[in-house]
Unconditional design. Structure first.
Length: 202
């Protein structure tokens, strides 16, 4: 245990994810915060790794994927949620935002004691040897699936604001499913239930 009496604010900062609203430029029937989204991404990423291990003979660390999912957007505590059309408007903007994300992650890591920084740096960025590359791709897929679920929920509530977002997100997920069978399985087997009522799920 560190003998340093300094107060470290990393987890207090992380706890503020519940105040970061997603889809800020769009009319929402129900607002979604970053904390909710991150938990959903963690669950889906974990499931994708389990599917990969059980059905496709992979050796993926599902627990580590879940933790990566929990922290995948942590930098937005500092940057806020940049709308997708802005973030991907051009390659220059995309690169600049990536640089801002790295700076934000660095600022968060500086809120930890020195002996914990390296562990959380790995949670944010993955292992430097590239051994987690496929698992990290599944976390990104889980992020997109979570976004698609949000679009479906808004559509079900009668909100057409998310129609184009749903179309573009589906196209992205379809491409991911071509490369990752875990994504295809999840979308085919689990996604349809998200449109059901509570009575239908019972």
């Amino acid at each position: 245990m560190s003998n340093d009496s300094k107060d470290y604010s990393f987890f207090a900062a992380i706890s503020r994810m519940k105040y970061i609203e997603r889809w800020a430029l769009m009319r929402n029937s129900r607002q979604e915060n970053l904390c909710e989204h991150s938990m959903e991404v963690a669950m889906i990423a974990h499931a994708l790794c389990i599917i990969g291990n059980v059905r496709y003979g992979k050796n993926l660390d599902a627990d580590r994927a879940a933790v990566a999912g929990l922290y995948h957007d942590a930098s937005e505590i500092i940057t806020g949620d940049m709308p997708t059309p802005v973030k991907y408007y051009s390659e220059d903007i995309r690169k600049a935002y990536k640089d801002v994300e790295k700076i934000a992650e660095y600022r968060l890591l500086e809120k930890l004691p020195d002996d914990l920084k390296e562990v959380y740096r790995g949670v944010f960025r993955g292992r430097e040897d590239g051994s987690e590359e496929y698992m990290r791709k599944l976390v990104k897929a889980a992020d997109k699936i979570s976004a698609l679920i949000k679009c479906l929920e808004e559509e079900k509530s009668g909100n057409t604001e998310f129609r184009l977002a749903e179309e573009s997100t589906r196209k992205t997920i379809d491409k991911m499913a071509d490369e990752m069978p875990e994504v295809k399985d999840f979308v085919e087997e689990f996604l349809p239930a998200y449109g059901k009522t509570l009575d239908e799920l019972a």
